[in-house]
Every structure is written in structure tokens, then in C-alpha cells.
Ligand binder design. Structure first.
Ligand code: TXA
Ligand code: MG
Length: 326
């Protein structure tokens, strides 16, 4: 549990070079001492994560970030506005920094963020060293927004899950590359691109460029549930469960009847009110629940492609692509 005892135990384990699952405001992270290559190797092993995929480093504040990476004017204004919070900045490593080389997978850049979750911040403050932490799920599996999803993927592989319920945002941080002259979006996430563009003007969207070597994570299998997904569903086919969004008034079942009468095991609504933040918060927990049902597939209703809806749709499309490849 994320109380004083749990935090103390986490700090003790991290100091010894173990990796532990900690809550952040976005998703659970699998954290280890970012200066300790052996500890970082334990993250890769527990997640079965390819060594080419670099890990985000979490620090307590801007000054700690500036010791690790070179932050330009753009980075400074972003940090002032969005830290602590779900924005990750990719910037050039400072010479002589303390980060273990396996964290960056040998890249000259590092991804850093300042999380806002009080339990994660308490651990960071007591450790007083930076924490490398990818999402706490087995590589390619559902993103860990609840202690149950963390346990499903990592049980027996890590010594501790600091459980703190469902995470607030429900999606990973937005990743922005600020290492060059103009910022490039590397991952849609909890901060909508519109909010970044309000501050910076138009931002290049690098999320579709598959061979961009600076964003290796985008190449990999991601976010996939066990059951196949069918997106933009306007009805429910035989054998399907339904991941709904908004009003179910016109949603029918092909064999006859209404989606709202499906058994509870086969129906989850991301947000009855059609609220995108609420939908993001529930996305992976609801997918996880439907994935446990006896359905053969999951039909997903259309979700508006604006604000955080962009990040939700990005996750759903990647889940479908991953399944097609398998
Ligand atoms: O919300 C989050 O960001 C969560 C929580 C735990 O903080 N962390 C997370 O980490 O999602 P991870 O490792 O699952 O995703 C990191 C993403 C990957 O797509 C990775 O390729 C990219 O950031 N990344 C990391 N370092 C990078 C670098 N130096 N250059 C470009 N992309 C980088
Ligand atoms: Mg991840």
C-alpha cells in the first residue's frame, strides 16, 4: 500500500538495486535506480523489454532534470507550465551525467519527467537519486493503470507493488523531443497536443514516422489485449463484448436486442457522459475487465479524435496493429 510503510520499503528496495512498481499520475511505473546498470537490467528482464527501447527517467524537480540533460528555452517554458505532470521531454544528455548507459539504449538523448503523484514524489525525495521507470506491464501487454494489471504481468518477477488504486490519467505521458531546433511529438499522451501548441505554436507530429531512430518505442508491439479489437463499432456482433463510449441508445446487438442489456461481464462504458478524460482514466482497466470475459472479441465504439481522444485512439489502433502482426 502507498502509505508511509510502503514508501519506506520501496526506498529500501530501490537503494539495494531492486526494481519496484510505483504509482504515477499516468500509469504504474516499474522503477529502479537510474545510475545503477544492474538495477536497470532488472527492469528489462522483468518486463521482457527489448534492450533497444530506452526508458524515461523521473526526477523530483526542474533542477534535477537540468543536471542530467541540456534544457533549452523551449524546454524551460514547457517545464514551467507542465511539471510536475505528464509531460516527458527528450533532450541531449549532459556530459558527465550519472545515468547508466542501458537507460538510454546508447542514445545521446534522455527522456525525463517530473511526476506529480504524491507517493512517487515521496519515494524520489527519500531516495535522492533519479528513477528510471517504464510502464509496469510486461512488454507489449496492456498498460498498467491498476495494481491488478501490474500483478497480472509481473507477479513473481518483482518484490513489491506500491498499490494506490486506479491511476488518475489512465494513459502514459506525452513525449516531446526538444533536443533539436524545433520540438517533435514522439508519443500522444495525457497532455493533449493542443495544450502544447497553445504554448509553442504548431508542433511537428513525429508519431507516424516508423523509421525515426530517435523514437524506438514507437516501433514495438504495444498495448495489446488478449482478445481482438474491432474499432468504430456501430453494433455488437455475436460473441463480442462491448467497450462503449457515451450514450447506448442506438447501439444494437446483431442477433437482436440492445447493447445496454448485455451481461455486465460483456459491457463496460468508458464514459456514459461522453467525457474524454473519464474515458482515458478507465481505458485500460475496462479493456482488462473485458479481456477476462468469455467473449471472443471486443467491439469498441467510436471515440472523438480531439484532445486526449487522440491519445486514446492511438492506443486502440496500436493494439489492433499488434494483433494483426501476431
Ligand atoms: O507516463 C509515463 O510516461 C510512464 C510513467 C511510468 O512515467 N512511463 C512510460 O515509460 O510510459 P515507457 O518506457 O513505457 O515509455 C517511454 C517511451 C517509449 O516510447 C520510448 O521509446 C520513449 O519514451 N523514449 C525513451 N527515451 C527516449 C529517447 N532518448 N529518445 C526517444 N524516445 C525515447
Ligand atoms: Mg510502456
Amino acid at each position: 500500500m502507498a502509505d508511509a510503510g510502503g514508501i519506506e520499503l520501496s526506498v529500501e528496495l530501490l537503494r539495494k538495486g531492486s526494481c519496484v512498481a510505483l504509482p504515477t499520475e499516468t500509469v504504474y511505473g516499474l522503477a529502479a535506480d537510474a545510475r545503477n546498470a544492474a538495477a536497470v537490467d532488472r527492469i528489462f528482464a522483468a518486463k521482457n523489454r527489448p534492450a533497444i527501447n530506452p526508458i524515461i527517467v523521473h526526477v523530483a524537480g526542474y533542477e534535477d532534470a537540468a543536471e542530467l540533460v541540456q534544457l533549452n528555452e523551449t524546454a524551460r517554458s514547457l517545464a514551467a507550465r507542465f511539471w510536475p505532470g505528464p509531460l516527458t521531454l527528450v533532450a541531449k544528455l549532459q556530459p558527465g551525467n550519472a545515468i547508466a548507459p542501458n537507460v538510454t539504449a546508447g542514445l545521446p538523448t534522455l527522456a525525463v519527467r517530473v511526476p506529480s503523484h504524491p507517493a512517487f514524489r515521496a519515494v524520489l525525495e527519500q531516495c535522492a537519486f533519479p528513477l528510471a521507470a517504464p510502464s509496469a506491464n510486461a512488454s507489449g501487454q496492456l498498460t498498467a493503470t491498476s495494481p491488478q494489471i501490474v500483478a497480472q504481468g509481473l507477479i513473481g518477477k518483482i518484490p513489491l507493488i506500491l498499490a494506490a488504486g486506479l491511476t488518475d490519467k489512465g494513459l502514459e505521458s506525452t513525449v516531446l523531443d526538444v533536443s533539436g531546433a524545433a520540438p517533435i511529438l514522439l508519443r500522444h499522451g495525457a497532455i493533449p497536443i493542443e495544450a502544447l501548441e497553445e504554448l509553442l505554436g504548431t508542433i511537428e507530429d513525429g508519431t507516424q514516422i516508423k523509421d525515426r531512430p530517435t523514437s524506438p518505442g514507437q516501433l514495438l508491439r504495444h498495448y495489446a489485449p488478449r482478445l481482438p479489437l474491432r474499432l468504430n463499432a456501430v453494433d455488437v456482433a455475436p460473441g463480442e463484448a462491448l467497450l462503449a463510449f457515451g450514450d447506448l441508445k442506438f447501439m444494437g446487438v446483431r442477433e437482436g436486442g440492445w447493447a445496454r442489456d448485455l451481461p455486465p461481464t460483456h459491457l463496460r462504458n468508458l464514459s456514459e457522459a461522453g467525457d474524454l478524460d473519464e474515458a482515458a482514466h478507465h481505458l485500460f482497466a475496462h479493456l482488462y475487465a473485458l479481456d477476462q470475459s468469455e467473449a471472443q472479441a471486443i467491439a469498441v465504439m467510436a471515440i472523438p479524435d480531439t484532445g486526449i481522444g487522440r491519445a486514446i485512439n492511438d492506443r486502440l489502433r496500436r493494439a489492433c496493429q499488434a494483433q494483426q502482426k501476431d
